[in-house]
Write a protein that binds this ligand. Structure first.
Ligand SMILES: *Cc1c(COP(=O)(O)O)cnc(C)c1O
Length: 353
């Protein structure tokens, strides 16, 4: 046991404010599905749900067990976004009143066998080529089973974060051509965060928003990072010109400098290949990674920090220092950083302010 620890602080007030900002971008007729797969992108799903339940129309998750746990704390719509894979799954999904996504023949056969077409989301492939029925096959399924059934037609964009990527137009066109021929009880869903921000007129009936809620969408400064990852400085040392720091001596002092060692490494979930120069904050001033990330510690250049002492916090990201800075500087995505933070980093969940 040690008293020293790194902390991941989660601020639900920021998440609420991000949701409000995102809702303001969608039309009034769009319902808001908060996507909280993978423990709400690492933000403590259970706490988050009680703090945002009044703001959202439902939730999207991927695993059956997370959906069942979620049902214990929310009566809102819960969509099992990758559906069910066995009769046993099907019965559990029904028992807990989950909406089921159907994206392939195996899943469809389970539904047909049970002859219950309620609360389904049919997923079509409009170009991402990962999941979903081809459009011709979907139309056969529609004729055979769905002509009198209310369901949601869904698809997923491959490049919604790149506004000018031609695949977006192609995917929208395929989707729109398809739903024109369907009956009016069919609701539609295509928009993830990137789509809401870049193509707000494509929000349709249900938006499915994940990363934006947590402020991890690169290219939007309005949405704030809701977590602070901070770790104490445990050592400070002076370097002479030419001295090297850390494994393989990657970082070389080109002047006299001061280097601090921070109590957080890749065993805590910090990506190992973070580059020298990546900005972190110490006492609200910029410091930067200097030397390879070790398993348990990280070295940073604090030469320019006024008043820097052992015990001071180093912040890797926070509401005032977006997680997107860390992601962009290192060719990473914020999603991946968020879900990687290990349990030995203590989670501190703030009260709504
Ligand atoms: C994860 C996911 C989303 C949310 O995407 P973001 O980019 O995080 O907004 C939406 N739809 C599906 C099917 C997903 O798996």
């Amino acid at each position: 046991m040690t008293t020293l620890k790194s902390i991941l602080e989660i601020d639900p007030s920021i998440i609420r404010s991000n949701i409000q900002k995102l809702k303001n971008k969608t039309s009034n007729t769009s319902n808001f599905l908060a996507v909280i797969k993978s423990d709400a992108y690492g933000h403590m799903l259970n706490n988050i749900v009680s703090d945002i339940d009044d703001l959202v129309d439902g939730y999207g998750v991927v695993r059956l067990d997370e959906a069942i746990d979620l049902r214990k704390i929310s009566q809102k719509k819960i969509v099992l976004m990758q559906g069910i894979y066995s009769q046993e799954d099907y019965l559990l999904a029904k028992k807990h009143d989950l909406d089921i996504v159907v994206h392939n023949e195996l899943q469809l056969n389970i539904i047909i066998k049970n002859n219950n077409f309620e609360n389904l989301w049919l997923k079509v492939n409009t170009g991402m080529n990962r999941l979903g029925f081809e459009i011709d096959r979907f139309l056969e399924i529609y004729k055979d089973y769905l002509e009198d059934i209310n369901f949601t037609l869904m698809t997923h964009l491959a490049a919604s974060n790149k506004k000018d990527d031609p695949s977006n137009t192609e995917q929208f066109e395929r989707f729109e051509r398809l739903y024109k021929d369907l009956h009016s009880g069919v609701t539609k869903s295509i928009a993830n965060t990137g789509c809401v921000l870049n193509f707000p007129d494509k929000c349709f009936d249900w938006v499915r928003v994940g990363i934006g809620i947590f402020g991890g969408y690169i290219g939007n400064e309005e949405l704030k990072t809701a977590i602070t990852l901070k770790s104490p400085i445990i050592n400070i040392k002076e370097l002479n010109i030419g001295e090297r720091v850390g494994y393989d001596g990657r970082a070389i002092a080109e002047k006299r400098m001061k280097v601090a060692t921070v109590y957080l490494g890749y065993a805590d979930g910090l990506p190992q290949h973070i580059k020298d120069g990546t900005v972190v904050k110490v006492n609200n001033q910029d410091a930067s990674v200097f030397g390879k990330i070790s398993m348990d510690v990280t070295t940073i250049d604090v030469s320019d920090i006024k008043e820097c002492n052992v015990g001071d916090w180093c912040e890797f990201f926070s509401p005032n220092h977006s997680i997107n800075n860390l992601a962009s500087a290192n060719g990473l995505i914020s999603y991946d950083i968020m879900i990687r933070i290990k349990s030995r980093v203590e989670r501190v969940y703030k009260k709504i302010s």
